[in-house]
Design a protein around this ligand. Structure first.
Ligand SMILES: *Cc1c(COP(=O)(O)O)cnc(C)c1O
Length: 422
């Protein structure tokens, strides 16, 4: 896993063999400098100097491995990559400036004009734009399937494909897709399977162990988890990461800044703790919300009412931090109210505006509990019919549960439910 040899005079990173995730999250990939600092060092440097002209020549000829330029690699960024790779059970990783840089770099490196992508329809909006606009313009065709429908995958993958792309659980309706079954079909079709694992995080789900070839993250979400920096990562085998993906990465420059890498290293230290706590609070609130008057349905992977509850239990070790709630639409829901919006939207806005602790924000995975109305924000450009076919109604809200006292969150939600009833 190390790309730079550990100099004999310095402490090496701990041998990760046999260490558990909580330990790896705190210690994985750390290489102390000669100062023997406790915390990970922050190497804010663009470049690196050579002792001799021959060393520079040997570096460029790739006769020796060492740091040369931070667009390629940097010791702080490398610690983040190694720590995340250990948590994911990946051989290698590349850290990117944002989640979208990870999605784009991975996919762009795997396709050529004439390539074919098969993707689940339930994807992050910007990913859909990359496929439908950018990739389409380059002669790369994408066929979409309904992610939970294995028959659709089977039909689509009866024809050879280059890339299969999916998210599970999906945003915002939390469909749980069968990773093992889809990966098997994809491999028969000759495709490389890329999984956006943002919702589950490496703590709850390890797609590489279930047949995925690459995992991508927005580290902006749970990995930072405290609203500070953007970031992302691509993970997989040494062979896949070290081939076209590494060339694309090094030459086009989606690199993560060392400063942000350092923030994310510190984020990883508390990731297992945060995810467990946020998942426990999310399940508690999901079960409680299901019982509240005016709530039509609650989507959460570990709720007994979830249509893929059994699959979620096999693929994930907890349900994650996001709860999706759909309120009842009352008879005249589509009629326009005093604000010019539909009555359904007005009543849902009354709920959102009735919250005092929970913030309105389209982000997720944060220590602060956040709520968003997908129909008028993240999914406003999806035509209403298509949106509703996905289950995203005018009365649907997505709650990202944070680290506050769960009783304060419950009281806040109860207050907002009352405001919604008017
Ligand atoms: C946020 C998000 C992304 C994009 O990440 P950025 O860091 O905002 O670029 C991609 N996929 C999913 C599922 C996300 O939630």
């Amino acid at each position: 896993m190390t790309d730079v040899p550990c100099p004999p005079e310095l402490p090496c990173p701990p041998d990760p063999e046999g260490l558990r995730p909580a330990t790896l999250a705190v210690r994985g990939g750390q290489r102390r400098s000669a100062f023997q600092e406790t915390s990970e060092a922050l190497y804010l440097t663009q470049g690196f100097v050579y002792g001799t002209a021959a060393e520079a020549a040997d570096t460029f000829a790739e006769n020796i491995e060492r740091y040369s330029y931070s667009r390629y690699s940097n010791p702080t960024t490398r610690t983040f990559e190694e720590r995340l790779a250990l948590l994911d059970g990946a051989e290698d990783a590349l850290a990117t400036s944002t989640g979208m840089a990870a999605v784009f770099t991975a996919v762009a490196a795997l396709v050529r004009s004439g390539s074919r992508i098969v993707a689940a329809r339930e994807l992050f909006g910007s990913t859909l734009t990359i496929f439908d606009d950018v990739m389409a313009g380059w002669g790369v065709h994408t066929d979409y399937v309904t992610g939970v429908d294995l028959e659709q995958w089977q039909t689509a993958l009866a024809t050879p494909a280059d890339v299969v792309f999916l998210e599970t659980p999906s945003n915002p309706m939390q469909d749980v897709l069968d990773l093992r079954a889809i990966a098997e079909l994809a491999h028969e079709a000759g495709a490389i399977v890329v999984v956006d694992n943002v919702f589950a995080t490496p703590i709850l789900q390890q797609p590489l162990s279930m047949g995925a070839d690459l995992v991508v993250y927005s580290a902006t979400k749970h990995i930072d988890g405290q609203g500070r920096t953007m970031g992302g990562a691509i993970l997989g085998s040494k062979k896949l990461i070290g081939g076209r993906i590494r060339t694309m990465y090094r030459m086009t420059g989606p690199t993560l800044s060392p400063f942000n890498a350092w923030v994310l290293i510190k984020g990883l230290e508390t990731l297992p703790l945060r995810i467990r706590a946020q998942s426990a609070a999310a399940l508690d609130l999901a079960q409680w919300l299901e019982q509240q008057p005016g709530v039509a349905s609650v989507r959460y992977p570990f709720l007994d009412s979830h249509p893929q509850r059994e699959l979620a239990g096999r693929q994930m070790s907890a349900g994650g931090s996001v709860v999706t709630v759909t309120f009842e639409s009352e008879g005249d829901g589509r009629e326009t109210g005093p604000s010019g919006r539909s009555r359904d939207v007005e009543r849902t806005f009354a709920f959102l505006d009735g919250l005092r602790v929970i913030d309105l924000s389209t982000n997720l995975g944060d220590a602060k509990t956040l709520v968003t109305h997908p129909a008028t924000t993240t999914h406003m450009r999806v035509p209403a019919e298509q949106r509703e076919a996905m289950g995203v109604m005018d009365t649907t809200v997505r709650l990202s549960v944070g680290l506050e006292d769960v009783e304060d969150l419950r009281e806040d939600l109860a207050r907002a439910l009352e405001a919604r009833r008017g």
